[in-house]
Design a protein around this ligand. Structure first.
Ligand code: ZN
Length: 432
């Protein structure tokens, strides 16, 4: 059993001052430091001092791409005129050559960056053309077993790849289900999936929820209308692929009718505003999603590992989009953060995202010395302006184990960065 003492606590709902927490894999007890003096301490093997820190639940990245690791510093001819060009000239070149060992290395490196950013659960959308079969288990080995985090994984089925293998990989991995990992059914996007592939997926996937990019750029909608005479969401509905807690990433260009369909079909939309700005594809219409009661979660689309930057950028970009400083408030952001916890709670069958007894011990300790008065009333203002903007947790704990100990991370391989650089040399050589 471990303890964190003398800390402030905040879990996107409740705030406590000067408190302690006892935990193993789950949170066992929480109370004020006044009570701590009287509790039995002989079973506590580690005590972390949380003075001048805020304890929070580990964060979740609701949509990411671990394979983007090897794009850092990559130099390919790049002159995109459209979003499809960005895929053709960059991402599809890179993911097309990755093999199973590259997947492992990318996951370790990406996972380490997640830990530094306080992210303890990732919802990944994977692609690797060099190997398809077995890659999701490899990601799970790196993220869940070797680094001790949680992950929801899927392989992005598309007509670019061997479709039967994509389907097999998703179905095979969905059998691995425990409290730290689960499989969704990955699909790339409407514009890379034919009707016959959609039908095959529907016939074989059973009740696994899909995880797909939807209307990330206008190209996706234009492609669906030109080829099939309907919008992206209508296509997915007609192929009976919506529902059952599916994740639809982006939904930047959906119209009112599509939002209505989504609102009636039990899906979650994963927002990734920084990636949308980087790709210059537009921004999601959050008010449209909100009006149709579509629950939103938040990811970063593999653009780095910092999820608090997404919290900030979502807020700024929505205010700017609607040209109103009141358009998107703390309540909206908190709702989206809490939806993300709720989603993972339901999929993994655990209680995650609160500092309460019975919840999993996925915790981050963030040094913070408030320069102004801090209380239950203004805590989120401190978190938003003081912590999200300078985010650097000192301790990260997942499943009750310390995965970052006072900024130190224990790597599963001592030479993982050398191996990764060597792998990048081989990968980039294949592309040039
Ligand atoms: Zn994505």
């Amino acid at each position: 059993m471990k303890a964190i003492v003398n800390s402030k606590f905040y879990d996107f709902k409740n705030y406590r001052e000067d408190s302690y927490i006892l935990f193993d894999e789950k949170i066992l007890k929480i109370g004020s430091m006044k009570e701590f003096t009287s509790i039995e301490k002989k079973h506590i093997d580690t005590i972390i001092d949380g003075s001048n820190c805020i304890l929070m639940p580990g964060l979740i990245n609701g949509h990411t791409h671990i394979y983007s690791t090897f794009s850092r510093g990559m130099n390919l001819p790049f002159n995109p005129q459209s979003f499809k060009d960005i895929l053709d000239q960059l991402w599809w070149k890179l993911d097309g050559v990755l093999d199973i060992e590259d997947c492992y290395l990318s996951a370790i490196i990406y996972g380490v960056d997640c830990i530094k950013n306080g992210v303890t659960t990732l919802i990944d959308h994977h692609a690797s053309g060099g190997n398809i079969l077995g890659t999701l288990k490899k990601l799970k080995t790196a993220i869940c077993d070797d680094l001790g985090l949680r992950g929801l994984f899927c392989f992005e089925t598309s007509d670019r790849f061997n479709i039967d293998q994509c389907i097999e990989e998703n179905i095979d991995f969905s059998k691995v289900k425990n409290e730290s990992c689960y499989g969704l059914f990955g699909m790339h996007a409407s514009m890379s999936i034919s009707d016959s592939t959609m039908e095959k997926v529907y016939n074989l996937k059973g009740d696994i929820p899909i995880h797909i990019h939807v209307a990330e750029s206008l190209d996706d909608e234009i492609d669906a209308i030109n080829k099939y005479g309907k919008t992206v969401v209508e296509r997915l509905r007609d192929h009976k692929l919506l529902g059952n807690n599916s994740i639809l990433a982006h939904c930047v260009h959906i119209n009112h009718m599509e939002a209505e369909i989504l609102g009636n079909n039990n899906v979650f939309v994963a927002l990734n505003p920084t990636s949308n700005m980087n790709n210059a594809v537009g921004l999601p219409d959050y008010n449209l999603l909100k009006r149709h009661n579509i629950p939103c979660i938040i990811g970063n689309d593999g653009l780095g590992a910092n999820i608090t930057r997404e919290y900030l950028n979502l807020t700024y970009s929505m205010k700017n989009k609607y040209q109103s400083p009141l358009a998107f408030n703390f309540g909206d952001l908190l709702k989206i953060i809490n939806n993300t916890y709720e989603y993972v709670s339901n999929q993994l069958g655990i209680k995650i995202g609160r500092l309460d007894e019975g919840y999993v011990a996925d915790l981050i300790l963030v040094p913070y010395n408030p320069p102004t008065m801090i209380s239950e009333e203004n805590i989120f203002s401190h978190i938003y302006f003081g912590i999200f903007d300078n985010f650097a947790p000192s301790y990260v704990i997942c499943k009750g184990s310390i995965v970052m100990d006072n900024y130190k991370i224990k790597l599963p391989l001592s030479n993982v960065y050398e191996e990764s650089r060597e792998a990048s040399r081989k990968i980039w050589n294949k592309l040039n």
